[in-house]
Ligand binder design. Structure first.
Ligand SMILES: Cc1cc2nc3c(=O)[nH]c(=O)nc-3n(C[C@H](O)[C@H](O)[C@H](O)COP(=O)(O)O)c2cc1C
Length: 168
């Protein structure tokens, strides 16, 4: 897909059908994460692909926002190996870039997605047996929207460019 079209076509999906994400598509999405830039190229992240019944149950315990997806990514930053500028950790930034790459890569191959920040990280860590050094930053359900799902009005609510950008 042409790049501008990918950006325009992406929207948050909040109702997924039972159709599974094909392995080849999932691999393309994950490859987009691998190629993403990270601070000092530390690549201090781990992505858990959650597809098992027990794993999806754990997601449901940690968030209300799975929306029936059967492939959920949990994107974690490594607080021990990630880059710090003084006291400031870059793992939130790194994981956000990685996730943005994956959102756009998913859209490019026709896989719907949503960025979820509203979840209980400690509960998710415990339920998915995630090591202490890894911090779950983002949960991203993937899949195919149901026929009746329409993007929320927020999708088209954007400020004007003049409000967001100043030239100095
Ligand atoms: C950092 C971040 C956190 C978000 N967390 C949630 C969330 O927890 N639940 C949810 O339904 N949507 C969540 N969203 C999706 C936003 O609500 C959505 O991107 C925004 O309303 C614009 O709509 P659009 O993605 O359809 O264009 C999140 C998006 C971002 C970037």
């Amino acid at each position: 897909m042409e790049f501008e079209k990918v950006i325009k076509e992406r929207f948050s999906t909040r109702k997924f059908s039972d159709k599974k994400v094909e392995k080849e598509k999932l691999e393309k999405i994950l490859e987009a994460a691998r190629l993403a830039p990270t601070a000092k190229n530390m690549q201090a992240f781990k992505i858990y692909v959650v597809e098992s019944k027990e794993g999806l149950k754990a997601i449901d315990e940690a968030t209300k926002c799975r929306f029936n997806s059967s492939t959920v990514l949990v994107i974690c930053g490594d607080k021990e190996k990630g880059y710090y500028h003084g006291d400031h950790s870059f793992i939130d930034i790194d994981t956000s870039i990685i996730t943005t790459h994956m959102m756009l890569a998913a859209t490019n191959v026709g896989v719907n997605n949503i960025w979820i920040g509203n979840f209980e990280p400690d509960l998710l860590k415990e339920k998915l047996n995630i090591p202490d050094n890894l911090i779950p930053v983002i949960v991203m359900p993937l899949g195919y929207k149901t026929d009746d799902f329409k993007p929320s009005p927020m999708h088209t609510t954007r400020k004007n460019i003049e409000e967001l950008v100043e030239y100095r």
